[in-house]
Structure formats: C-alpha cells, structure tokens
Design a protein around this ligand. Structure first.
Ligand SMILES: C[S@@+](CC[C@H](N)C(=O)[O-])C[C@H]1O[C@@H](n2cnc3c(N)ncnc32)[C@H](O)[C@@H]1O
Length: 244
C-alpha cells in the first residue's frame, strides 16, 4: 500500500469515482493510493514534465498497477478526451497555476478536488462564479495548513463569467454559503467555519495579530483582509448575529 503524507491522505478522502484523473501527478502516489484503496477503479495520471513523468511510469509499473493507472504526458486536461473521467484532482500547486489549468481546459468533469499551496479563496471564488458548488473542504496539517476543496457541478449554475458573487442569492447560489457572511466565507471556507475547525481559529487569531500591526498604513487590501478575519471570528463566536 502506498504511504501518503497527511496532506495527500486528506485529499484522498475527498475522491471517490470509477474514473478519475490526477493532473500534475508527479510521483503518481495519489493515483496509486486511489486504486489500491478501491476509491477509484481507473485513474489517468497527467504529468507535464519528463522527469516526474518517468518516475510516475516507474512507480506504477513497480506497483503492478499499469492496468488501472494510465500515465500520460501533457498540459492540464489536454491529454484527456471530453467525458473520459468523472472527477479530477489538481494538488500541491499554487492557486494561480491551478486556476490557469482550469481556465485553459476545453472541458471539465462534474467533480473537482483542488488543493492549492495557498490562496484557496481564489479557487472558492472561481467555483462560485463557474457553477461548481463547494461540497466539502478540509484543512490539512503540513509545512503550513493546506486547504483541500471538493467541488461538484451544480445543476443550475450561476451564469458563466458573472463577476459579482455577492449579487447572487436564491436557488442558484451555492448553499454552502447560506447564512454566512459571504466575503468572509469565501476567504476562510464555509465548511471550515461551520465545523469550527480548531486549526482555522488558530489561523484567524494569528492573522488578526499580524494585520493589527499593519492597520496604521490604512492600505485597502489590509483593511479588507482585517474585515474578513474579524467577520469570521465574530461568526465563530456569535453565529446568530448573521442568521437570516
Ligand atoms: C509540486 S508537484 C505536486 C505533485 C502532486 N500533485 C502532489 O500534490 O504532491 C506539481 C507537479 O505538477 C506538474 N505540472 C505543473 N503544471 C502542470 C500542467 N499544466 N499540466 C500537468 N502537470 C503539471 C509539475 O511538473 C509537477 O510534477
């Protein structure tokens, strides 16, 4: 059985599909664990660069998993035919790299599991505006706290490209955000807030201390971040203030 670190172990538990693709697979440890654990029957491991591609091929062959894992070279979703998999993961990269892979895709599967190294809010915003609902999310311990998101395509998505998530309410909006201060939930994670995740409170208090020292400059991005940290902490302490 392939051993995964706590980060990829957390990602593994957000994936279950007959046919899955892992984009930017590197060593192919996640695809190996997915088929060995029975969470997936068949996985395409996509890798852009020749070095990791070769390592992935060797690891899959050595594990005797060649019938269940197809290692392909290419960029993002490029090596996949439309509809070939039901879900895909993109993990261990910057959120801008992940966004660029999503934006360049000619098609996307109905479920996505994304684990950026930082700035998970950029992916929550993308999902909110592109008709993917946030079904689950985890805060995973590691070099720092990593966020992993499970997104599923909504049946009645918000119109493509609408730049203003705050303007939406009602049946098309992602129910994960209902009853929460939207900007703070997009920043810090609606499921993590509802779960009162202990790592989240620690992180919020750490950010509150950091931002306090920067308030004197009155920079708009600092003031905005300060507002989101305080709204999230207030919701944790007094959720009734925000109930509708
Ligand atoms: C930092 S590693 C992360 C590996 C693994 N997903 C994990 O979470 O441990 C990122 C990998 O993605 C590959 N990669 C980067 N951009 C890619 C793209 N556009 N398409 C496919 N692979 C890509 C890199 O070559 C590298 O092996």
């Amino acid at each position: 059985m392939t051993n995964l670190d706590p980060r990829l172990q957390g990602v593994l538990h957000l994936i279950r599909a007959d046919r899955h693709a892992d984009i930017g697979s590197d060593h192919a440890r996640l695809p190996l664990a997915l088929v060995q654990s029975g969470r997936c029957k068949w996985v395409v491991a996509v890798e852009l660069n020749p070095g990791p591609l070769e390592v992935a091929r060797q690891n899959v062959q050595r594990a005797g998993s060649s019938q269940h894992i197809d290692v392909r070279q290419g960029d993002g979703f490029g090596p996949l035919a439309a509809g070939e998999v039901q879900s895909a993961s993109i993990t261990g990269m910057g959120s801008n790299t992940i966004l660029s892979i999503l934006q360049r895709a000619a098609w996307l599967p109905p479920a996505l599991v994304l684990q950026p190294n930082a700035q998970a809010q950029a992916l929550r915003h993308w999902a909110y505006q592109h008709g993917y609902h946030l079904r689950d999310e985890r805060l995973l311990p590691g070099f720092w706290n990593y966020t992993a998101l499970r997104l599923e395509r909504a049946s009645h998505p918000i119109p493509f490209g609408d730049p203003s998530p705050a303007s939406h309410s009602g049946p098309v909006a992602d129910p994960a955000y209902q009853g929460l201060p939207l900007a703070a939930a997009l920043r810090w994670g609606p499921h993590l807030l509802r779960a009162r995740h202990p790592l989240l409170r620690q992180e919020l208090l750490r950010q509150q201390r950091r931002l306090q020292g920067l308030l004197v400059h009155q920079r708009p991005e600092v003031l905005n971040e300060w507002a989101q940290v305080n709204a999230a902490l207030r919701w944790l302490d007094e959720p009734s203030v925000f109930s509708v």
